[in-house]
Ligand binder design. Structure first.
Ligand SMILES: Nc1ncnc2c1ncn2[C@@H]1O[C@H](COP(=O)(O)OP(=O)(O)OP(=O)(O)O)[C@@H](O)[C@H]1O
Ligand SMILES: [Mg+2]
Length: 222
């Protein structure tokens, strides 16, 4: 049984077919990259997996269960971490520390566990000094780090990342790639970043004409 399976997924946005009878699957623990031109539908694909795009037809199976109703997606989202393409669309808590604590608290993790997870990821991302800083006062790169850290505290089984390295300096790029390599969940990373593609060296899919096809590494550089 595939961990995530997508069958004949079609999505129209404002009359245009963005995803067209797309088929795809990811195994538990598998890590993949998705590339594709601007407007190809990469973000749409991730949003559809999360149940945010209503005008979708086809089948999405997560851990063997078909996701149909909003309730099914809501349950699935408890296990799926989503890092938005734009951190300003994602982050909303007053401070860094509260942002990291938000998801695990909502998920009902025990307070001690939440504290432990928050400390673990503040340290891992080098965000300890920023813990009390208001989100709106962070730099672009700092926001990016928080946007990734705050989904990892959710302990996801599947991690979806949309351009996770945009705006990161060399040191933080290294930090993020090391973290993405070390997490033990399934990961789907959407990116245009050729350095990220080369560094991670994961299996690549290209989203083109509404479908996902396995792509050679050289394709990603075209
Ligand atoms: N909320 C929306 N409502 C209507 N159309 C949308 C919406 N979001 C995206 N689209 C359209 O869907 C198509 C795919 O957009 P999407 O954002 O998925 O592309 P992308 O591959 O993520 O591009 P990029 O590399 O620029 O991030 C585009 O034609 C876009 O205009
Ligand atoms: Mg996008």
């Amino acid at each position: 049984m595939a961990f995530l399976a997508v069958r004949n997924l079609t999505v129209k946005r404002e009359g245009r077919t963005v995803l067209s009878e797309l088929n795809f699957k990811v195994d538990r623990g598998e890590k993949i990259l998705i590339v594709g031109e601007n407007g190809a539908g990469k973000t749409t694909f991730l949003e559809t997996l999360l149940g945010f795009v209503k005008a979708a037809t086809g089948e999405i199976l997560f851990k063997g269960k078909a996701l149909k109703e909003e309730e099914d997606f809501r349950e699935a989202r408890k296990k799926i971490g989503y890092v938005f393409q734009n951190p300003d669309d994602q982050l909303f808590s007053p401070t860094v520390e509260e942002e990291l604590a938000f998801a695990p608290l909502v998920l009902g993790f025990e307070r001690e566990k939440v504290k432990r997870l928050v400390e673990k990821y503040l340290k891992l991302f080098g965000l300890e000094k920023l813990r009390n800083k208001p989100i709106f006062k962070l730099s672009g790169g700092e926001k990016r780090l928080v946007s990734i850290a705050c989904v990892l505290t959710q302990e996801p089984e599947l991690l979806l990342l949309d351009e996770p390295t945009t705006g990161l300096d060399r040191e933080n790029f290294k930090k993020v790639t090391e973290i993405l390599r070390s997490v033990d969940c399934s990961v789907i990373t959407v990116t245009h970043d050729t350095k990220l593609i080369e560094t991670l060296n994961w299996k690549i899919y290209k989203l083109e004409k509404g479908r996902l096809r396995p792509a050679a590494h050289s394709l990603s550089r075209k």
